[in-house]
Design a protein around this ligand. Structure first.
Ligand SMILES: [Mn+2]
Length: 426
């Protein structure tokens, strides 16, 4: 199924008068506080978020998995799903592949297909948290941290293979997330495991092309529950520093203990030019992988405030690679991603509204009440007309979720692919 620009333009027609009225009203309000609505719309249009190839099927838990009918069963179909999402939202302009779940067979055909949807290939992701059929050594006791040099070499070689695949697709970055860690005290030696991991990462870094970036993700627990080797941003930052200037920390919103001040982590990393990648999701208790903005939208806004500040004030920090890393059990994955993209743009737009000069002034005067008012004035503004206008300008749907349902996208995909079609990977 493909959605044409004409179809979208027709469906947008009915909503144009309401949008124009809402946009003009908001535009006037913003103008009073010195903000240019058209400039904000352009910034929203430019903001692109990668969709990982594993987010297009229903996610599972360790108790089971409930598939969604018409899930994409091949890499081609996954690209088509991201294409649909991009047609509807104009915000999902890249796909992030997971290797070995999504190794292209015919590179030219895959690249042509992505290009036909206007998609780029974002960071490639390696997998040393599972054993693959026929693999010589098991990752049961770790991969890049493993005590046996042969296991380590196998894991390093896999990461280098992922880099080579990414090169062929025009990707320019590798994301490493390690499940490595231990379930019980004493199971391994902390210092030795860390040093072996640092050495492995340096070898992977050395195998990257000159223009590539390495993103090192951290996570405090799961699947190992006593300790993970790369447990927090500090460990990731240190390992990235060991590798070199093109290695960065990757922040995944779900990879923190409850109530961690993620906005401060973002600020700290950006001040040192070391925030390379950013994974969006939301959570209540742990790495819940829920829809972005569904649980803690104010925290997301505060994080975006720091991201916007960093993007403005830290020229040494490259533009972070944005990706949605969510996967759950219950919603239609495409509808879920539409909601996530909306929440991301909403938080970004609100962060752009913060009067930074007034905030600085209030901070200097220790006017704590005013500081909060400035943040919350921005947060309480309904910025949806800006988002809708940016989608309209990009030829996408003013209301992507409504169009998804009006065009019966899932029903069509199920008809094309069959109700038993299952996403590969997770
Ligand atoms: Mn992640």
């Amino acid at each position: 199924m493909k959605i044409s620009k004409d179809q979208l333009a027709n469906l947008n027609q009915q909503q144009l008068p309401t949008l124009e009225a809402d946009y003009n009203y908001l535009g006037e309000k913003l103008q009073e506080s010195g903000k240019d609505a058209n400039l904000l719309v352009r910034k929203l249009t430019e903001f692109q978020v990668a969709i990982p190839s594993w987010a297009l099927g229903a996610g599972g838990t360790r108790f089971g998995r409930f598939s969604c009918p018409g899930e994409p069963a091949s890499l081609e179909q996954k690209i088509d799903d991201v294409g649909l999402l991009h047609a509807l939202t104009a915000t999902a302009g890249a796909i992030s592949l997971h290797i070995p779940w999504d190794i292209p067979q015919d590179y030219k055909a895959i690249m042509d297909r992505a290009a036909s949807h206007g998609l780029l290939f974002d960071a490639v992701n390696s997998n040393t948290f599972q054993d693959q059929p026929g693999q010589a050594h098991s990752y049961r006791y770790g991969s890049l941290c493993h005590g046996n040099p042969e296991v380590r070499q196998q894991a390093i070689a896999h990461n280098i293979e992922v880099i080579r695949i990414g090169e062929k697709l025009g990707s320019d970055s590798l994301t490493v997330w390690l499940a490595d860690g231990i379930n019980f005290p004493g199971q391994h030696n902390f210092q030795q495991a860390l040093e072996r991991t640092a050495d492995s990462l340096r070898q992977i870094y050395a195998a990257m092309p000159e223009h590539w970036k390495l993103f090192i993700e951290y996570k405090p627990y799961e699947p190992n529950f006593y300790s993970t080797v790369i447990q927090d941003w500090g460990t990731s930052y240190m390992l990235a520093g060991d590798c070199g200037p093109r290695a960065y920390t990757l922040v995944d919103l779900g990879h923190h203990l409850p109530n961690t001040n993620i906005e401060q982590i973002v600020a700290t990393l950006m001040s040192r030019g070391k925030l390379g990648g950013f994974h969006f999701n939301d959570s209540k208790y742990g790495d819940d992988d829920l829809t972005v903005g569904s649980i803690k939208p104010y925290a997301l806004f505060l994080i975006f405030n720091e991201l916007v500040y960093g993007m403005t004030h830290n020229p040494d920090n490259p533009p972070p690679a944005w990706m949605i890393d969510a996967s759950h059990n219950i919603k239609d994955p495409l509808e879920d991603l539409i909601q996530s993209l909306e929440a991301i743009l909403e938080a970004y737009a609100k962060a752009l509204l913060i009067d930074q000069a007034a905030l600085q002034e209030a901070q200097q005067q220790h006017d704590v009440v005013r500081c909060q008012e400035i943040l919350q004035n921005a947060y309480r503004t309904d910025v949806r007309p800006l988002i809708r206008k940016s989608r309209l300008a990009a030829g996408a749907a003013i209301d992507p979720l409504a169009v998804f349902r009006t065009l019966e996208v899932r029903k069509n995909l199920t008809r094309e692919r069959g109700s038993q079609s299952r996403a590969t990977g997770l």
